[in-house]
Design a binder for this molecule. Structure first.
Ligand code: HEC
Ligand code: HEC
Length: 352
């Protein structure tokens, strides 16, 4: 009653000073603004030089929101539940498990190095246009975080400790869903991986001692293996959609998941999924949008047989003539793509 008489601003003040709530200074110290990471081996540009360079203040705010379980309906899930740093921001499961233990149909893809993507589309089928648009999705997805956009917005707005950090990031303390998404997306853009053993070797091929499987795997990946026709550039993705025959049921002539077709409505997109980048791929088993292949070797074997025949198979998929040691070399090459620079964990304290 007294609080109601005091009015909203006073209520905020009372809550902000609630015993036990960390002060703005303590929060600032626990999750400081971090400078954007420098360019690493394997990157053509520094993050700061990108047209859509993340803003360090927004990324700092986004780091809290990314790890904040209060954004989910029952307070148990955050983005990091499924996009786990130690697994290259993917997960060690075939498909995601969301709120109330609900099992999804796709695996959480990695967003490492997404800041450098050739095309902005996200999700396995490209249905979200940008990381911002994407970040809004899971909060209200009934089988992911299970909340609603209004509730997420009002929940964050009701946590007074967040207000000073929205003010620093956006110029005023107003909390909107778009700002939440913008902050999380900028945090995601700061998660970049480079300096892998492959990059280090490539930087000085002539003198560096290296497991000979890596140069052989490199030669096959960019040559006879045809891998680089889709896994393009230094982040190993063209960000386009291709059919490898995953999930095709010969008996019924259907796909378990129609992938890109659901978005584009074009027949040629049936069963097509976005090419995943391959940096840190060794940390992301099991593989593919449905987690149906257990190991990197299994994935290479799928390519050796030219994919699973189906009417929509990508014309780039061709049976490969690779020996067992050559298959091992492709695996060794991919294992050498595990880099550094992105590991992170939740801030020790959150705004209250
Ligand atoms: C319950 C598990 C789960 C949670 C929680 C979750 N995600 Fe995801 N995420 C997924 C799955 C599964 C996909 C792929 C969905 C698809 O393609 O249809 C995905 C896709 C993505 C992508 C697209 C990556 C790409 O390359 O296409 C990004 C980015 C992402 N999530 C970020 C987030 C953020 C930010 C949050 C928190 C607000 C979040 N996710 C919460 C499971 C989850
Ligand atoms: C026709 C384009 C194309 C070619 C050629 C291609 N890939 Fe892929 N790759 C993809 C797509 C698309 C996916 C995801 C498919 C899915 O989930 O259904 C994928 C998935 C993968 C994955 C799983 C990654 C993950 O995060 O789950 C690995 C590993 C991989 N490819 C390695 C290779 C290697 C090695 C070669 C060469 C032998 C190769 N690719 C050739 C398009 C291609």
């Amino acid at each position: 009653m007294t609080l109601r008489l005091l009015g909203a601003p006073a209520l905020l003040l009372v809550l902000a000073c609630a015993p036990g709530a960390p002060t703005t200074e303590q929060l600032d110290a626990a999750n400081p603004v971090r400078p954007l990471p420098e360019a690493m081996l394997g990157h053509e540009a520094a993050l700061a030089d990108l047209a859509e360079a993340p803003d360090p203040e927004k990324a700092r705010l986004g780091r809290w929101l990314y790890y904040d379980t209060r954004l989910s309906a029952d307070g148990t899930l955050s983005c990091a539940t499924c996009h786990i740093p130690e697994h290259g921001y993917s997960e060690p499961r075939a498909v995601s498990i969301g709120i109330d233990g609900q099992v999804g149909t796709r695996k959480a893809p990695s967003f490492l190095n997404a800041a450098f993507a050739f095309y902005p589309e996200t999700f396995w089928d490209g249905r979200a246009g940008t990381l911002e648009e994407q970040a809004i999705g899971p909060m209200a997805n009934p089988i992911e975080m299970g909340s609603s956009h209004d509730v997420v917005e009002s929940t964050v707005a009701s946590i007074p400790g967040y207000a000073p950090f929205f003010e620093r990031a956006f110029g005023d303390p107003i909390v909107t869903l778009d700002r939440i998404a913008e902050a999380i997306a900028d945090y995601e853009r700061t998660r970049i991986s480079g300096n892998s053993p492959w990059d280090v070797w490539r930087d000085d091929e002539d003198t560096r001692a290296v497991d000979p499987a890596i140069p052989l795997g490199d030669e096959l990946f960019f040559g006879r293996g045809l891998c680089a026709t889709c896994h393009v550039g230094s982040h190993f993705t063209d960000s386009r959609f291709h059919n490898l025959g995953i999930g095709w049921d010969e008996a019924t002539g259907t796909f378990a998941d129609e992938g890109r077709f659901v978005v584009s409505g074009k027949d040629e997109d049936r069963g097509a999924f976005k090419t995943p980048g391959l940096r840190d791929v060794a940390l992301r088993a099991p593989y593919l949008h449905d987690g149906s292949l257990a190991t990197l070797r299994d994935v290479v074997q799928h390519y050796v047989k030219g994919g699973t025949p189906n009417p929509y198979l990508s014309p780039k998929m061709k049976p490969l003539d690779l020996s067992e040691p050559e298959i091992d070399a492709l695996v060794a090459f991919m294992e050498a793509l595990t880099g550094e620079g992105y590991l992170d964990g939740p801030p020790t304290i959150f705004p209250q």
